[in-house]
Design a protein around this ligand. Structure first.
Ligand SMILES: Cc1cc2nc3c(=O)[nH]c(=O)nc-3n(C[C@H](O)[C@H](O)[C@H](O)COP(=O)(O)O)c2cc1C
Length: 413
């Protein structure tokens, strides 16, 4: 007895406790009820579990300080709503402070009157059986009264502090038609890319979008500089600041997703990124000053990320890394008389209606270089991109539709 007490008294570091327990995944439910004052009330809970079949019992564990639970415990009937993978935004809304959480949320009453959310995977109506105090939480036992599956799709999952969804391992690899198309396009661009590398003496690489990533699909070696680091097939996430010259042409939804994926929530920082995209579009080229060592490090981080399981903690580490590069992509005006430590310059190859098809990059630029040299590289790249654009258009569209394709118009005259 004494021994047990001593062991229980050993302090456990709160962060370690949360971190270790965060490695156990949970589903996410919204516990709902109609409050005594007649309002719908909802609390997001991960600690939901089935307890007993005979009698039918379930449980969830609210913290003793929860204001939502203080309201829930005043009424007898509540409903567990199992959230679907598509209800992450709704979950975030209910889990953060705010008054009007139910605005625009569709629900119908369960037989006992508690809210059943539209589109919830399943609902379980209960009456409170008992409430057990357990440290800083209660264990609330609910006797199941009615239940049903209403939307049999993948549930929302919570793991290592991040949201995700259940996926089956498949016996057949998913086909990626956009990637295959990108590889075929890069292959058609090969002569132009090699000519560019030969003319400039600088390494060239080619990326294309596939799903939510950019993928390296082509490369050519220049005589005077080290070759491009990423091997063909390397994927980089389309996340600010990476892939600016692709996103600048891919429409507003793509731009917003690019900002959101980088976790940029400050409205001013988001607006600066939108400005940058506007400028990238006006110029039709972007320049990165990322140090070559940082680029090497970045691709190592990417390789570590892609090795083995991708989990939220790894994803956060990669995102932090990428976001730290933001200032390396700041668009600086190029003065022909000035001197610049440019690492790479990228231009888009645009298809019909200015749709981005590929990005071509001069990389590992020798430097520091004069502004005049930078502008010459830009011109070389643009010439190459225009040639690639017309080559791709030759394959894809009737001659009459080809006018107006090519590369973005230069902002520098
Ligand atoms: C995924 C997720 C799971 C959660 N699980 C629980 C839980 O099991 N118990 C709990 O008391 N709070 C849990 N919370 C926090 C509550 O939803 C809520 O934010 C907290 O109770 C504070 O709000 P309140 O004081 O207004 O109730 C969870 C939040 C999230 C995002």
């Amino acid at each position: 007895m004494t021994e047990v007490q001593e062991r229980t008294a050993t302090p456990v570091d709160a962060r370690l406790f949360r971190d270790v327990l965060g490695h156990y995944p949970t589903g996410v439910v919204l516990v709902t009820a109609i409050s005594r004052s007649g309002e719908p009330i909802g609390m997001i809970v991960g600690s939901f579990t089935s307890v007993s079949l005979e009698p039918p019992l379930v449980a969830y564990l609210p913290t003793t300080t929860s204001k939502s639970y203080a309201v829930l415990r005043e009424v007898d009937t509540f409903c567990i709503n199992v959230l679907s993978a598509d209800q992450e935004l709704l979950c975030r809304r209910f889990a953060s402070p705010g008054d009007d959480k139910w605005a625009g949320v569709g629900w119908t009453p369960s037989p006992g009157g508690a809210p059943v959310l539209e589109d919830a995977v399943a609902w379980i109506e209960c009456t409170t059986e008992s409430e057990i105090e357990a440290g800083d939480h209660y264990i609330v036992l609910g006797r199941v009264r009615e239940l049903g599956v209403q939307n049999p799709m993948a549930p929302l999952l919570f793991f290592q502090g991040g949201y995700g969804r259940f996926t089956m391992s498949s016996v057949v690899a998913a086909s990626t038609p956009d990637l295959i198309h990108a590889i075929q396009s890069a292959e058609k661009a090969r002569d132009e890319i090699e000519a560019l590398a030969a003319r400039t003496g600088v390494a060239v690489d080619v990326v294309a979008a596939a799903g939510q990533d950019l993928v390296f699909v082509g490369a050519a070696t220049g005589a005077d500089t080290p070759p491009s680091v990423p091997t063909l097939g390397t994927r980089i996430p389309l996340m600010a600041p990476l892939g600016e010259q692709y996103v600048a042409w891919a429409g507003e939804a793509a731009a917003e997703a690019w900002i959101r994926r980088a976790g940029v929530s400050d409205p001013e920082a988001a607006e600066r990124l939108r400005d940058r995209l506007r400028l990238a579009r006006e110029r039709g080229w972007s320049l990165s000053r990322l140090h070559p060592d940082d680029e090497l490090d970045f691709y190592q981080t990417l390789r570590d990320y892609s090795d083995g399981e991708i989990v939220p903690a790894k994803e956060r580490a990669l995102r932090d890394r990428i976001v730290a590069y933001i200032e390396n992509y700041d668009p600086v005006p190029i003065d022909p008389e000035g001197e610049y430590a440019a690492h790479s310059i990228v231009v888009p190859v645009l298809g019909r209606t200015n749709r981005p098809l590929l990005n071509i990059r001069l990389v590992n630029l020798p430097g520091p270089a004069s502004g005049e040299q930078v502008l010459t590289w830009v011109q070389e790249l643009r010439r190459c991109a225009a040639a690639v654009a017309s080559r791709l258009a030759d394959d894809h569209s009737p001659r009459s539709q080809r006018l107006g394709h090519g590369v973005a118009s230069p902002g520098w005259g």
